[in-house]
Ligand binder design. Structure first.
Ligand code: HEC
Ligand code: HEC
Ligand code: HEC
Ligand code: HEC
Ligand code: HEC
Ligand code: HEC
Ligand code: HEC
Ligand code: HEC
Ligand code: HEC
Length: 371
């Protein structure tokens, strides 16, 4: 049945193929008749491939659909450029096509995506170092390649609108996407189109996605959060404190993490980084009842590493606050007391020693004089 259908198509197309595919210049024509020679040439391919019924069986038994949506292709970045089908499908010059060696649909995609390299070598080279490429090389066929994120025929700017980025990753990381969607950052992007918050790629990169479970990534994450959270102009819009890094680095947890990051970035650390307290993909406002740093949940957050901590444990710690007469007054006044006491004590001792020396010198002179 399908076989007969193909024969008809082939018969219909043969003339066009001979005229256009094998002698492309014959089609160049005047600009008025063929405004876009690439797209006109594509009609040859589309004479068969615009049929929704066209498909082929692969050795695995899977059916590969061969329909190409012309309108969608013409609206893509490549269609708008007037790219020919054969710019990518360089091995196809007419029908019959060279036989494909793909065993199943995924195999077909994994063989085909390398054609992007011809024109986007920069992205291709970057991708080689990514976590996805590593996973692919170690046999995980589900790891993302160019066409998973961009598609083959409808590629367009993946950052327009910006909310498309997490949607791209969602295809395979749907659990993380759902967490992100409910987070402070994700909700701002997906519900309010707010461009100030991070998408997946602000934290992970795009083509060169690194393994986020390494010590290096962990230690570097403090800087990642701080890039935005110490930006005064940005945070002022949301009335969020930019003192979060300073206070973190000043306390017993952050001091060590900062030192490790500067001196031994591959060392493990048992001290918390920002996301140990705030969560990673589900970061919420401290006022949100589901927040890990909300008062009622804070103890549980500390107990991850301080298993013996009791109810008042968190209040023994100043969080991101500097001590002041209203926040942590006891700490503030003790600090103040020492700020005054220490100079006075040391100054007093200095003065005492100095006076003593002067006295001794004078005494010696007096003794020498009287002798
Ligand atoms: C006469 C009809 C016809 C024309 C014209 C045609 N194709 Fe095909 N195409 C097919 C059929 C039928 C298959 C199924 C596999 C086979 O028979 O080789 C196919 C398979 C394919 C495949 C998937 C398998 C493979 O070989 O990679 C691609 C890609 C493809 N065609 C692209 C194109 C492009 C690009 C053009 C234009 C240069 C084109 N085709 C022109 C009929 C056609
Ligand atoms: C930007 C490069 C590019 C252009 C331009 C392009 N293709 Fe493709 N095409 C691909 C890639 C990559 C695949 C493999 C997709 C996959 O992973 O299944 C593909 C797959 C196909 C297939 C197999 C079925 C499928 O969709 O997977 C057909 C048929 C096909 N292309 C026809 C066309 C036709 C017809 C045109 C012109 C209108 C065209 N292509 C233009 C890159 C391109
Ligand atoms: C024959 C050359 C060629 C091939 C092959 C090719 N592209 Fe492109 N691509 C271009 C050109 C030209 C543009 C438009 C100019 C630009 O934005 O860089 C473009 C634009 C894009 C864009 C949009 C960029 C933006 O910022 O809007 C994406 C995404 C893209 N290509 C992905 C792919 C993928 C994925 C493949 C492989 C399936 C591929 N391209 C294969 C030439 C090519
Ligand atoms: C995991 C998903 C993913 C994979 C895999 C991927 N890309 Fe991208 N790509 C993106 C996203 C997201 C952007 C938008 C980046 C931005 O706007 O900052 C992008 C941007 C682009 C652009 C626009 C210019 C640029 O560099 O920002 C091109 C061209 C492109 N990708 C081509 C490719 C090619 C070729 C491959 C395969 C070697 C590939 N991409 C693999 C997600 C991906
Ligand atoms: C086609 C499916 C697919 C898409 C789309 C995809 N990924 Fe992945 N991703 C994977 C697979 C498979 C792995 C390997 C999982 C593993 O090794 O446990 C992976 C691994 C990762 C890892 C490393 C996880 C680890 O534990 O080492 C990160 C980070 C990641 N992806 C981020 C992204 C981002 C960001 C995007 C969107 C720009 C994206 N991915 C899009 C399939 C995908
Ligand atoms: C604010 C920064 C940030 C954003 C935004 C972000 N991530 Fe992550 N992601 C991280 C950090 C940090 C880790 C490491 C967590 C750990 O080791 O416990 C991580 C881990 C991962 C992992 C591997 C670990 C796992 O849980 O499987 C994947 C996959 C991943 N992210 C994908 C995504 C995707 C997809 C998005 C967008 C929907 C996204 N991330 C958004 C910071 C971020
Ligand atoms: C690209 C910039 C950017 C990065 C990177 C970033 N954030 Fe944010 N973050 C924001 C913005 C903007 C808001 C405010 C969103 C709103 O109110 O709609 C926010 C909100 C928050 C809030 C809620 C504050 C409140 O009082 O409501 C917390 C907590 C937070 N971020 C922690 C983190 C942590 C931890 C990291 C690193 C893992 C991080 N952020 C990375 C931009 C960023
Ligand atoms: C030991 C746990 C812990 C660590 C580590 C930590 N935080 Fe916090 N963070 C908290 C708590 C608790 C609060 C809530 C304070 C309150 O109730 O006002 C908070 C509040 C915040 C807020 C909201 C401030 C506001 O003005 O609304 C931001 C933003 C924030 N942290 C970012 C960070 C960043 C960035 C880092 C890393 C440099 C970090 N945090 C490290 C526990 C922590
Ligand atoms: C990721 C693990 C981790 C988390 C989460 C964590 N801490 Fe710690 N904390 C440590 C480590 C490690 C030390 C250093 C212990 C040492 O040197 O003996 C420490 C030290 C301290 C100290 C200094 C006194 C002491 O016991 O040595 C206080 C106070 C403290 N943490 C409070 C908190 C509070 C409050 C929270 C919750 C908001 C918290 N920590 C969350 C790992 C963590």
């Amino acid at each position: 049945m399908q076989q007969r259908w193909f024969s008809l198509l082939i018969a219909l197309s043969v003339v066009a193929i001979l005229a256009i595919v094998f002698v492309p210049s014959a089609n160049a024509g005047g600009p008025e008749s063929a405004p876009n020679p690439g797209l006109v040439e594509n009609q040859v391919c589309l004479s068969c491939h615009s049929s929704k019924q066209l498909s082929m069986k692969l050795p695995s038994g899977e059916t590969l659909g061969l329909y190409t949506d012309e309108a969608a292709f013409n609206k893509s970045a490549h269609g708008l450029q007037g790219q020919r089908c054969t710019a990518c499908h360089t091995n196809i010059t007419g029908y019959p096509h060279p036989p494909t060696t793909a065993r199943d649909i995924r195999d077909f995609s994994l063989q085909m995506y390398t054609i992007c390299r011809q024109c986007h070598d920069k992205e291709y080279q970057a991708q080689l170092d990514s976590n996805h490429a590593t996973a692919l090389a170690s046999g995980n066929r589900n790891a993302a390649v160019c066409t998973d994120c961009h598609t083959a025929h409808t590629a367009s700017n993946p950052n327009n609108p910006r909310s498309r980025i997490p949607q791209t990753c969602r295809q395979c990381h749907s659990t993380i996407f759902d967490q992100y969607k409910g987070s402070m950052h994700g909700a701002a992007l997906l519900d309010q189109s707010n461009p100030d918050v991070p998408t997946c790629i602000d934290c992970h990169g795009v083509h060169k996605i690194a393994d986020p479970t390494t010590n290096k990534f962990r230690l570097g994450s403090v800087e990642l959060c701080s890039k935005c959270h110490t930006n005064k102009a940005l945070m002022k819009r949301y009335n969020i404190s930019t003192n979060v890094l300073n206070t973190y680095v000043a306390d017993f947890h952050g001091t060590t993490v900062e030192m490790f990051e500067k001196q031994t970035p591959n060392q493990p650390t048992n001290k918390p980084v920002c996301y140990d307290c705030h969560g990673v993909h589900d970061i919420r406002s401290p006022q949100d009842p589901k927040s890990t740093v909300m008062k009622d949940n804070l103890l549980k957050t500390c107990q991850q590493c301080h298993p013996d901590a009791t109810t008042d444990f968190p209040s023994s710690w100043m969080s991101h606050y500097d001590a002041s007469p209203t926040q942590y007054p006891a700490v503030y006044y003790i600090n103040l007391f020492y700020t005054i006491l220490i100079p006075v004590t040391i100054g007093g001792m200095g003065a005492f020693i100095l006076l003593d020396i002067v006295r001794r010198i004078l005494n010696r002179f007096q003794k020498a004089g009287s002798a």
